[in-house]
Design a protein around this ligand. Structure first.
Ligand code: TUI
Length: 296
């Protein structure tokens, strides 16, 4: 969650019993070192760092995580194979986000400790499969633990993920409205007022770069440009530059790109990370006690 998941939010999630993740996003090593240091002032619990593999600084921030010996690294938007040995030799638990069975098998073979199987309900860069379809197929295909992501924001989603064979869940959209999340208030307001049909996907035309975001003027204009016959893949690549920052930092509701998942319609209260985690795990536990009620 570029510009969103910083050291403060990650520390709050870890303090509350989750595993907070700092997004290294498109920033350089100094930003990441600063956020790791900040998180360490706020918690002594484990937390992780997410490396977006399409970042121009991926090599540098990957080295920072090894040097800083963060407990967990997750990766997104590509194959992290070339870094896994370095991370493992630093004692780091490596958990790539994958969007297909093929990539899950590749990272397992390369030494990943677990995978996050992410459905296309998620916000941001996504693959083609839904959470319902990808999670059980990845669980059947690999021997390492599978964490489910995409479309999960409450105890029902968490319980459903466990039923599909996952042993954990990753939530993004739900934590956009955490009190400890420093994203612009307009971003939070956008999520709080979103409905089930408030998101769209951009970047599908040329493949490999599909992104889910809130349907605002930026997204509508992106889609209009993307599908003009004369538009090229290079044109599309330049359309979103700077738009994540405009959304998360400036709160620009017109020209910002507000990455958010399809479950946004269910997210309608700003709460602390601890309240969010207690609510979701409480709901999940209660639901799972009666999980057999519809079987017969
Ligand atoms: O990475 C994400 N979500 C993101 S990254 C991001 S920043 C960005 N901006 C513009 C273009 C691209 C990224 C915003 N949101 N989620 C994890 C994720 N990883 N979703 C899908 C994947 C994925 C996709 C392909 C993982 C591996 C993969 O492998 C493809 C291949 O064959 O190399």
């Amino acid at each position: 969650m570029a510009w969103i998941a910083d050291g403060r939010l990650a520390a709050a999630v870890s303090e509350a019993g989750g595993l907070g993740i700092i997004s290294a996003m498109n920033s350089g090593p100094d930003y990441l070192r600063g956020q790791i240091a900040l998180a360490r002032t706020l918690t002594d619990k484990p937390f992780g760092v997410n490396i977006m593999l399409m970042s121009p600084y991926a090599d540098e921030v990957a080295a920072v995580t090894a040097d800083e010996k963060v407990q967990v690294v997750t990766t997104g938007a590509g194959n992290p194979g070339k870094y896994i040995e370095m991370w493992k030799s630093s004692g780091i638990t490596v958990i790539p986000v994958i969007a297909s069975v093929a990539m899950a098998k590749i990272v397992e073979r390369a030494g990943a400790d677990a995978v996050i199987a992410e459905g296309q309900e998620s916000g941001g860069h996504i693959g083609e499969l839904t959470t319902m379809a990808i999670v059980p197929q990845v669980v059947s295909a690999v021997g390492i633990p599978v964490i489910a992501a995409g479309g999960i924001a409450d105890g029902r989603g968490m319980a459903a993920a466990f039923m599909l064979g996952a042993c954990g869940v990753q939530l993004g959209t739900r934590f956009l409205v955490a009190e400890e999340c420093g994203v612009h208030q307009n971003y939070k307001a956008m999520i709080l007022k979103a409905t089930d049909i408030s998101t769209v996907t951009t970047g599908r035309r040329f493949g490999g770069n599909t992104c889910r975001c809130i349907k605002n003027p930026f997204a509508r204009n992106f889609l209009k440009m993307e599908y003009k016959p004369e538009t090229t893949a290079e044109d599309v690549a330049s359309l979103g530059i700077g738009a994540l920052r405009k959304a998360a930092v400036e709160g620009d509701v017109k020209d910002g790109c507000f990455l958010a998942g399809q479950i946004s319609g269910l997210v309608n209260r700003e709460q602390t990370a601890a309240e969010i985690i207690a609510k979701i795990t409480g709901e999940c536990e209660a639901l799972m006690k009666g999980a057999a009620q519809w079987v017969r």
